[in-house]
Design a protein around this ligand. Structure first.
Ligand code: ADP
Length: 320
């Protein structure tokens, strides 16, 4: 993969997941620590594929924050963009998939360190050296991290980076669905590559049976590629000149956490040194096949970070 830098901006946190499946948070006999946060997962996905990745965000100057920074480092992610907040603690989430199929969440974010990243704390030199700047998550919700987010996007863009956005909608984190939609749409027309899941597309368009017209209703003039991920049905892609779908790989899925981040990391690795792929349908389809393979592999193991593939893992699945 390319040697150009991909910077991923946003939050990193620890998910506490029950040691047994199918229980509510209150019933859990204990929890396992699963480091994550979509932007951090993307950075590690890129690095594991052999790309050059940096993470920009803020952690607590506590046990968990240093543990997370260590995980980035062990995985070869450049850490020069990490700040540690002296006062606030690292974000934590308690997450379970109950027996009734409902997800249950509880967050420690009142406020957590990631929400306190200030514009003046950004490592602008690092951000300016990005060829791709990826973001997307909950860093838009509150100040000061919202201003930091907007500034980082602008600096990266002015320095010539391709902007890549994954809204990573997790509704329980937002004050209201209306606010989530409004904030996501407020930065929608900045990104040149956007990846949404089918669920997010339904949420953003208000349509419950999504089709090409719904996806294209979200098109904007700066956009070069819109991707809709469909889980075990693969993905759909839209560009100014063509659109289509690429089917998924059949694998034994045990946990889909991080599949979307793995997919995005793979895509960014392949386009960071050659943006002309975005205008070349056969080559784009090859890249999306690779991204689908990476997403599929990530579903075959528990957790996100431990399940992210190497390039060789993906090529092995593709060869069959
Ligand atoms: P997100 O995590 O953003 O909701 P998806 O779950 O759709 O995204 O997963 C991203 C990609 O990972 C999909 O487009 C697909 O290629 C792959 N993937 C996800 N779930 C599966 C699955 N069950 N089987 C095979 N591939 C999958």
């Amino acid at each position: 993969s390319g040697s150009s830098l991909i910077v991923s901006f946003g939050e990193m946190l620890i998910d506490f997941v029950p040691t047994v499946s199918g229980v509510s948070l209150a019933e859990a006999p204990g929890f396992l620590k699963a480091p994550g946060g979509a932007p951090a997962n993307v950075a590690i996905a890129v690095a594991r594929l052999g790309g050059k990745a940096a993470f920009v965000g803020k952690l607590g100057d506590d046990e968990f924050g240093h543990m997370l920074a260590g995980i980035l480092k062990q995985n070869g992610v450049i850490g020069d963009g990490i700040n540690f907040d002296k006062g606030a603690r690292t974000a934590l989430a308690f997450v379970t998939l109950r027996a009734d199929g409902e997800r249950e969440f509880m967050f420690y974010r009142n406020p957590s360190a990631d929400m306190l990243l200030k514009p003046e704390e950004l490592n602008l030199e690092l951000i300016r050296s990005a060829k791709v700047f990826h973001y997307g998550s909950i860093s838009l919700i509150v100040e000061p991290c919202r201003s930091a987010h907007l500034k980082a996007m602008e600096v990266a863009k002015d320095a010539g980076a391709l902007l890549s956005y994954d809204p990573n909608l997790r509704l329980p984190l937002w004050p209201s669905p209306e606010e989530a939609r409004e904030q996501i749409m407020s930065i929608w027309d900045k990104a040149e590559v956007i990846k949404v899941s089918d669920v997010e597309l339904e949420f953003l368009t208000g349509s419950d049976k999504i089709d090409d017209a719904d996806a294209l209703s979200l098109w904007h003039p700066n956009l070069k590629l819109l991707l809709v991920t469909l889980g075990e049905k693969g993905c759909r892609y839209y560009t100014k000149n063509f659109h289509g779908s690429v089917e998924a790989f059949h694998v034994k899925t045990v946990d889909t956490t991080g599949a979307g981040d793995s997919f995005v990391g793979a895509l960014l690795c392949k386009i960071v040194d050659d943006r002309s792929i975005l205008e070349d349908e056969p080559r784009l389809r090859e890249v999306l096949k690779f991204a689908n393979a990476c997403g599929a592999i990530t579903t075959t193991k528990k957790g996100a970070i431990p399940a992210l593939p190497t390039e060789q893992d993906a090529l092995t699945l593709i060869k069959g």
